[in-house]
Ligand binder design. Structure first.
Ligand code: NOJ
Length: 539
């Protein structure tokens, strides 16, 4: 470790640098009690699958008591487990079983807001003189009786909700059932630090911090200016820039406090959610390592899938990283369309190779390892409050949250009853059981990629160097542990030939089509449509 708390190039990599994070959306992973919703016992039952897959850490989206207005991101009690998911004893058993298998557990920490059913908010709204009033953001109406300013909710409409009983508005960056906490209040900071300690003492290995860039808002509550880049079809929330509601300078102090607390336990990780431009993402590493260890890099979620877009994006991200800042990559998550839905099943294999061979910690979304696709949700089955509030713009998140496809049984091995969200229509063909038997399946590929990372330090933690970005060819080198590997990806549907005259000969370690292993490459490399390869170069 360097003095700043980040890894330096001399020391052994930390677990979260060399490792791969796997995101479990707990409602949809495995149901064991027959209510159509996944649970902690289900995650425990699938730990052997995850260990065999070859991931290192499991990030579990919120499992706390919640009215489920936003499916757990509306926390009503930070220090307990929702009965839907199980009990604290189930959680302890899960942590112990994960650790026995060498897997880490990362929890979702939701600091920006609570549920409106949380006792803190119930007290806060009880009266203007309640001691918890200022734990949330209350403002008087504007002179016309309307909201105090123009701030908009991410999930549609004004971000202000009027409370008739006390004559003031409260601020909610998301649903009105998710009032924002006031992180300028020292008691809020202390209470939320206590929440972190509660879980750290139970042995969790880190936190993914929800909506981190939202946590502090402008102290003067100034109006947000219009967003000049707004156009029809975008989330209506984007009509305004987020100048005064997000990424405020004071958020760095909040983060430094969280980081100091977590570091005092040793060996844990903090991952921050922030949908921001690259230069701002870089700022969340903090000064002298007092930021989060991994500010999520979401650039691949929305980048056009072309070499012309991806090559400069990767280079710009690498260039933006501060000294000691460790990179990370995300292809899919519970808020964005599935990668196989965006790119199709063939290119999704290339995307998996990209995710798992770039420099930095990858986050793999559950189901992507078998190529689960975006599922069309019939209107009567829509669950997502975002889609309900802002319909018709394709913003709904249910299609990326459908049940894990374990086998070809009636409910895909996920449950014994109709699940809370529809199963993908292809679940009889696309599932773990079928793919475990197929030598060329997406699951076989994902396992092979994860095994390759584990056996080649050059991929897990080595240096990265761009090599070629022409036409549909994206190629780069990974170097470390006395090895040099070439990654060559065909992002298109036509065959291509890459000239590698300047490189030594090598042998193919892996193709996205799961063949060609051991094939010699010398001077030129032919790639089939939608094929990527990793080549070990001689010398
Ligand atoms: C980001 C989470 O990923 C998303 O699912 C949630 O709705 C919002 N934050 C609000 O917590």
């Amino acid at each position: 470790m360097a003095g700043d708390g980040t890894a330096d190039t001399q020391s052994a990599p930390l677990w979260w640098q060399a490792g791969v994070i796997y995101q479990v959306y707990p409602r949809s992973f495995q149901d064991t009690d027959g209510d159509g919703v996944g649970d902690l016992a289900g995650i425990l039952a699938r730990l052997d699958y995850l260990a065999e897959l070859g991931i290192d850490a499991v990030w579990i989206s919120p499992i706390y008591p919640s009215p489920m207005a936003d499916f757990g991101y509306d926390v009503a009690d930070h220090a307990a487990i929702h009965p839907l998911f199980g009990t604290l004893a189930d959680f302890d058993a899960l942590v112990a079983a994960a650790h026995e298998r060498g897997l880490r557990i990362i929890l979702d920490f939701v600091p920006n807001h609570t549920s409106d059913q949380h006792p803190w908010f119930v007290q806060s709204r009880a009266g203007r003189d309640n001691p918890r009033r200022d734990w949330y953001l209350w403002r008087d109406p504007a002179p016309d009786g309307g909201p105090p300013n123009n701030w908009l909710s991410e999930f549609g409409g004004s971000a202000w909700e009027f409370d008739a009983a006390t004559g003031q508005y409260y601020y909610h960056a998301f649903l009105k059932a998710q009032p924002d906490l006031n992180w300028r209040h020292p008691d809020v900071v202390a209470a939320m630090h206590a929440v972190l300690r509660f879980w750290l003492e139970r042995g969790v290995d880190g936190f993914r911090i929800d909506a981190l860039w939202h946590v502090i808002k402008d102290a003067r509550f100034r109006d947000n200016p219009p967003n000049p880049d707004f156009h029809a079809g975008m989330n209506p929330h984007a009509r305004l820039s987020q100048l005064y509601t997000g990424d405020r300078p004071e958020v760095m102090e909040v983060i430094a406090g969280l980081r100091a607390l977590v570091d005092s336990y040793g060996g844990r990780v903090l991952i921050g959610e922030a949908y921001l431009p690259l230069d701002r993402i870089a700022a969340y590493y903090g000064k002298n390592g007092d930021g989060v260890h991994l500010p999520f890099n979401f650039t691949l979620l929305s980048a056009p899938w072309t070499v012309a877009a991806l090559a400069p994006l990767i280079a710009a991200y690498e260039a933006a990283l501060p000294q000691g800042g460790w990179p990370n990559w995300v292809l899919s998550n519970h808020d964005r369309p599935r990668v196989a839905g965006r790119l199709g099943p063939d290119q999704a294999r290339v995307a998996a190779m990209l995710l798992l061979t770039l420099r930095g910690t990858p986050t793999l979304y559950y189901g992507d390892e078998i190529g689960m696709t975006q599922v069309a949700i019939p209107p009567e089955r829509v669950q997502d409050p975002f889609e309900k509030n802002v319909p018709g713009l394709g913003l709904g998140r249910d299609g990326a949250r459908t049940p894990m496809q374990w086998d070809d049984g009636p409910f895909a091995g996920f449950s014994t009853v109709e699940p809370w969200l529809p199963l993908a229509p292809d679940h009889c063909e696309v599932n773990v059981k079928v793919q475990q038997r197929e030598a060329g399946s997406m699951l076989t590929l994902t396992r092979a990629l994860l095994a390759l990372r584990r056996s080649h330090g050059a991929i897990a933690t080595g240096a990265w160097q761009p090599l070629a970005a022409t036409g549909d060819l994206l190629a780069y080198l990974r170097e470390g542990d006395g090895e040099r590997l070439l990654v060559a990806l065909n992002l298109g549907g036509e065959p291509l030939s890459a000239v590698l005259a300047q490189l030594p000969a090598g042998r193919i370690l892996l193709s996205t089509l799961c063949d060609r292993v051991g094939e010699r490459v010398d001077g030129a490399l032919d790639l089939r449509p939608d094929e990527g390869v990793v080549v070990a170069l001689a010398g």
